[in-house]
Ligand binder design. Structure first.
Ligand code: PEP
Ligand code: MG
Length: 324
């Protein structure tokens, strides 16, 4: 098995008819990075910066953050490392910064918190930029975007830090900046978002939760949480089409990307990159390498005509089995 994995690691992720997809990883701690490299990841599609914040009992200093970020950037250089700015609130709590709300998933989360507390955002971006000196592989991604103004405000802060850090003498480049598409409103503003940023990345975990109004962590309604729901698939198709219509790359970093059937559908939709937990990467790569894009597009067209998530799932599972 290890031999098989190693052989697969160095092969490109491409279909039998030569359609290429980048396979990236989601990371939080340094242990994730080590495994990702041995599995042949082509970069980090989502570094959840809240993870190092969650294991501390106070906000990490700029210096501490810079060290965490440098490790991730160095491990993958020259490949891209996409760092998401702090995404707390909802299900992600910091003991030293409690947020008490009746409806945490509809409340103060992600970019909303950090734009209300620009000092947190500025320190984080400063640490990222300084950490990127000499490597030039940093990308910054903004979570929970529901308004264009949030993108503009964030970009303004990032430019400000960029100029300050350069003036301090750091030899850095302006990083690519992207947004997460994980709130239904963003699905309908892809062009407006894409005009302002370098890339888009779908957070299918939250997008599914918000499209279906199903708490992603509530076991009582877990059977209603379905990423193969026709509405979710239609939204995903639309995002890929609209992003490409304006020439911007679009990836996905939710769990669906690491699900072999989901990965096939996303590849057929035209997603440029799939970012997943390292453990899922070899399986996804071997599935994509075993089919043609043409075949996957036909499968996608067939399942888009169906109206039940369960039937769609069975259909995709059957197709996967037939593909071997
Ligand atoms: C998502 O929402 O799909 C996502 C990747 O972000 P997180 O799971 O960290 O909310
Ligand atoms: Mg999310």
């Amino acid at each position: 098995l290890v031999k098989g994995l190693e052989a697969l690691r160095d092969l490109p992720c491409e279909t039998t008819d030569n359609h290429r997809v980048s396979l990236l990883v989601n990371t939080g701690l340094m242990t994730d990075v080590v495994r990702s490299l041995s599995h042949g990841a082509e970069g980090i599609g989502l570094y959840r910066t809240e993870v190092p914040f969650m294991i501390k009992d106070r906000f990490p200093s700029e210096h501490e953050q810079r060290e965490y970020y440098r490790e991730q950037l160095e491990a993958f250089a020259p490949n891209p490392v996409t760092m998401r700015t702090l995404d707390i609130g909802g299900d992600k709590a910091l003991t030293y910064f409690p947020i008490q709300e009746e409806n945490p998933f509809l409340g103060w989360r992600g970019i909303r918190v950090t734009l209300d507390h620009p000092e947190i955002f500025l320190v984080q971006v400063r640490a990222m930029l300084k950490a990127s000196e000499g490597l030039n592989n940093l990308q910054i991604m903004l979570p929970m975007i529901s308004n264009i103004s949030e993108v503009e405000e964030s970009l303004h802060l990032i430019y400000r830090v960029y100029h300050e850090v350069r003036e301090e003498g750091f030899n850095i480049h302006m990083p690519k900046v992207g947004v997460m598409v994980e709130i239904p409103a963003a699905v309908y503003q892809i062009r407006e978002l894409a005009d302002r940023v370098d890339f888009l990345s779908v957070g299918s975990n939250d997008l599914t939760q918000y499209l279906l109004a199903v708490d992603r962590n509530n076991p009582r309604v877990a059977q209603l949480y379905h990423s193969y729901h026709p509405a979710v698939l239609q939204a995903l198709v639309r995002v890929a089409q609209d992003a490409h219509a304006v020439g911007k790359p679009v990836g996905i970093c939710g769990e669906l990307a690491g699900d072999p059937g989901g990965a096939l559908l996303l590849m057929a939709m035209g997603y440029d990159s799939l970012s997943m937990n390292a453990a899922s990467l070899p399986k996804v790569k071997s599935v994509i390498r075993s089919v043609s894009r043409e075949w996957a597009v036909q499968l996608l067209e067939d399942v888009l005509l169906l109206d039940s998530p369960h039937v769609i799932k069975s259909c995709v599972d059957l197709a996967l089995r037939n593909a071997g």
